[in-house]
Design a protein around this ligand. Structure first.
Ligand SMILES: [Zn+2]
Length: 227
């Protein structure tokens, strides 16, 4: 499979769900019969995954547009490694947990209702557990949140998984991807009162935002009527 060093890159678009890039370019090898190339790579990866080659730039452009329109992404395990998870937990423990508010079951149900309405998703079912139960989690299969914490940030984190799951319909990446971080940052700002600059700076300390500098693939805003 071609390496990045073998290619003259035309465009690289960053997808925060997959924490990787959709790449187009031309092989440097002048003798290649189909020199135009498109593929995907991990943020720190140097190999093009599932490369496709074309004889003309026109075909490449067409294929590139289709990949964007259909939100195509290879089902390659490299993109599913949940390598941000521990750092994300540390960020929340260190910078958010000390400032979070306690939440009652009634408030939790209302918060789920409010956020779901704002983000245009079906409200996930809430399974309210005893405070000493072992864990809180969102389950995609039945769209439910099992919850034993008693604070706002932890609940917003799980609602974030419900929103993230919907935004990443093609299931391109890890559960705690940079796209997930960006979603929960917005939730912590809007529903838990954290300042955006505080969230940005502290998330960045833990390197959770992915590539913020390159051109981004942004999910379809028409699915998110509030934005
Ligand atoms: Zn999580």
């Amino acid at each position: 499979m071609p390496k990045m060093k073998d290619i003259t890159v035309f465009r690289e678009l960053y997808d925060p769900h997959a924490d990787g890039y959709l790449v187009t370019g031309r092989l440097k090898d002048e003798s290649a019969p189909k020199p135009y190339i498109m593929g995907w790579r991990r943020r720190h990866g140097q190999t093009l995954i599932e490369p496709r080659s074309y004889s003309s730039k026109g075909w490449l452009t067409r294929s590139f547009r289709e990949a964007l329109e259909n939100d195509e992404w290879p089902h390659d395990r490299q993109f599913f490694n949940d390598r941000h998870k521990d750092r994300l937990y540390r960020w929340e423990d260190q910078y958010l947990a000390p400032h979070t508010q306690r939440i009652s079951e009634k408030q939790a149900r209302q918060l789920i209702k409010d956020v779901s309405k704002d983000y245009g998703i079906e409200p996930p079912a809430l399974r309210w557990r005893a405070e000493n139960a072992s864990s809180s989690f969102y389950l995609g299969q039945d769209h439910s949140i099992t919850f034993h914490h008693r604070d706002r940030v932890s609940l917003l984190h799980e609602i974030g998984h419900a929103i993230h799951g919907q935004n990443d319909e093609n299931d391109k990446g890890a559960h705690h991807s940079p796209a997930f971080t960006r979603i929960v940052m917005e939730l912590y700002h809007k529903y838990a009162g954290f300042r955006l600059d505080y969230l940005m700076v502290t998330a960045n300390i833990h390197n959770l935002l992915g590539d913020m500098k390159s051109e981004q693939i942004i999910f379809d805003p028409t699915k998110h009527p509030k934005f």
